[in-house]
Design a protein around this ligand. Structure first.
Ligand SMILES: NC(=O)c1ccc[n+]([C@@H]2O[C@H](COP(=O)([O-])OP(=O)(O)OC[C@H]3O[C@@H](n4cnc5c(N)ncnc54)[C@H](O)[C@@H]3O)[C@@H](O)[C@H]2O)c1
Length: 258
């Protein structure tokens, strides 16, 4: 039977200590998966990802800096030593950097690229050997990767991640491994908690659904992409943004003519 259940499947989620990653880890475990939640801290911080899932799955924690190839190799070795294969990978860990075009340094670009782009590449490289046909990878992009956006290093990194995702979908497809990208809009997380009120208001004004999104609304799309319900979907890019990226700037025109 085709369903959203992930029983018997092992999934790695990066950046899972808070925000979207925590919600994804929790939902995937509730769907029955064995979730290996990873983040920078030595131990899983007490927070939304903590606690035993109410049904089925299992939530484990391993420290992992996604920009560190040796750390990925150690994680892969640990999974192998448990006798598990990897059925899912969510490359969620990401950092932002808000310097603007004429202020940003090459170092700013590099720092963000190391986590947001190289981190995803290293994860795919480390875990692909443990994946069989039916495995699914979800890369977490951003609406910043679909349009221009003011933080230049972050925007460039998310555009680069799209290229990486499409190459991975092409290269891993023949092995039955799917690779898709989601593009969240403004989601309420610690990353956006410090956003200036003007940024929030302007974003909501550009969002047809007229509000920001929740981490649960992102996690649901990740669950779909990891489940057999999306078994013929690869190389796809799904905005999870309340329509923000869909109108190409025409919303303000539409609003002005109401
Ligand atoms: N919140 C939004 O509005 C929004 C919008 C678009 C895209 N995104 C993307 O969604 C993803 C999650 O964002 P969030 O809002 O939950 O962010 P967040 O800052 O709340 O959480 C990010 C997590 O990633 C971890 N992390 C950072 N660097 C890491 C590294 N080198 N190795 C391992 N873990 C690391 C952090 O410790 C943190 O737990 C990111 O890729 C982000 O770019 C977020």
């Amino acid at each position: 039977m085709v369903s959203l259940q992930l029983n018997g499947r092992t999934v790695v989620v990066t950046g899972a200590a808070q925000g979207q990653g925590a919600a994804e880890a929790r939902l995937l475990a509730e769907a029955g998966a064995r979730v290996i939640a990873t983040d920078l801290a030595t131990a899983m911080p007490a927070g939304p990802a903590g606690g035993t899932p109410s049904s089925g799955g299992e939530l484990l924690y391993r420290p992992l800096d996604v920009s560190n190839a040796s750390a990925w190799a150690a994680l892969a070795e640990w999974i192998r030593s448990q006798g598990w294969q990897v059925d899912g990978l969510v490359n969620n860990a990401g950092i932002t950097q808000r310097s603007r075009l004429l202020e940003a340094s090459a170092g700013d670009l590099q720092k963000v690229y190391d986590v947001n782009v190289a981190g995803s590449l290293l994860g795919i490289q480390a875990l692909a050997a443990l994946m069989g046909s039916g495995a699914s990878i979800v890369n977490v992009g951003s609406v910043a990767g679909l349009t221009a956006h003011y933080p230049v290093a972050y925007t460039a990194s998310k555009w680069a991640l799209r290229g990486l995702s499409q190459v991975a979908a092409m290269e891993l497809g023949p092995r039955g491994i799917r690779v898709n990208t989601i593009h969240p809009g403004f989601i309420e997380t610690p990353m956006t908690a410090g956003a200036k009120p003007g940024f929030r208001q302007a974003t909501v004004a550009e969002t047809p659904l007229g509000r920001t999104g929740s981490v649960e609304e992102v996690a649901g799309v990740v669950l779909f992409l990891l489940s057999p319900l999306s078994s013929f979907v690869t190389g796809a890019e799904i905005p999870v943004d309340g329509g923000q990226s869909a109108h190409g700037g025409a919303k303000s025109i539409s609003d002005a003519l109401r």
